[in-house]
Design a protein around this ligand. Structure first.
Ligand code: SLL
Length: 223
């Protein structure tokens, strides 16, 4: 067994992801000459890591989105990020999102690929949500890709820069019930601290970018 395929016992690494769809109503100005008459919405279905700087291409070979059979070539295969499909249509349906990993990469001994079902939303679906003026709909969900007992290769990819993910430890006496073990609280808190720090840096970057744009705007107005 090469060192690349040796598994690290009692360790898991979790990659937080977001998936879902955005949709907008097709107003006459947004229609293309080729847009079918009965299509009422434009939508984008996507899957992405929560943290934008994480590059999953060393692990993910492709992401497929299986659309309703009313679409031409309903299985759309996306090999490079952003993993997303934009379409127009008239109806809501279930989309199967599947992550295909590179050979030698998996989520655990008996789990090869990762598959989720997303109910495409075109219409506002939660009466509690304030209605957006422009009629946009967002249906976004959180999940985690959990790599259980990762191979050395997967461990290396996820813990090195820029991913910098922290592995968490599974306690050995509960090994048999591994699927149901929660990482202990301190591990969880440590992981949260790392994400909170990253988000702070991101907010600071955005703030600086905004400031620069504001300054550029003012100097344009004054010139
Ligand atoms: C429904 N069960 O009746 C669903 C089916 C199908 C959606 C929705 C357009 C396809 C096309 C489209 O929106 N299909 O003509 O390109 O609501």
């Amino acid at each position: 067994m090469s060192s690349n395929s040796r598994r690290i016992k009692f360790i898991s690494i979790s990659v937080p992801i977001l998936y879902g769809n955005h949709a907008i109503k097709l107003t006459p100005d947004k229609r293309k000459p080729t847009t079918p008459q009965d299509h009422t919405h434009e939508w984008t279905v996507f899957l992405k890591p929560v943290l934008g700087d994480i590059d999953l291409t060393p692990l993910i070979k492709k992401v497929t989105f299986k659309l309703h059979e009313t679409y031409e070539n309903p299985i759309r295969s996306i090999e490079t990020p952003p993993y997303q499909v934009t379409e127009t249509g008239w109806g809501e349906f279930e989309i199967i999102i599947k992550i295909h990993f590179h050979p030698g990469v998996d989520l655990g001994i008996n789990e090869k690929n990762f598959q989720i079902f997303h109910g495409l939303k075109l219409h506002p679906y939660n009466p509690q949500h304030p209605k957006r003026e422009n009629g946009e709909v967002h249906s976004i969900l959180y999940d985690e890709l959990v790599f259980n007992e990762p191979t050395d290769k997967v461990f290396e990819i996820l813990t090195r820069k820029p991913c910098n993910l922290l592995p968490f430890k599974l306690s050995s006496e509960n090994k048999r019930d591994q699927e149901y073990i929660r990482p202990d609280e301190t591990d969880e808190l440590n992981r949260l601290d790392v994400y909170i720090d990253k988000i702070k840096v991101e907010i600071e970057n955005q703030r600086n970018q905004y400031k620069e744009l504001e300054e550029a705007k003012i100097s344009l107005i004054n010139s």
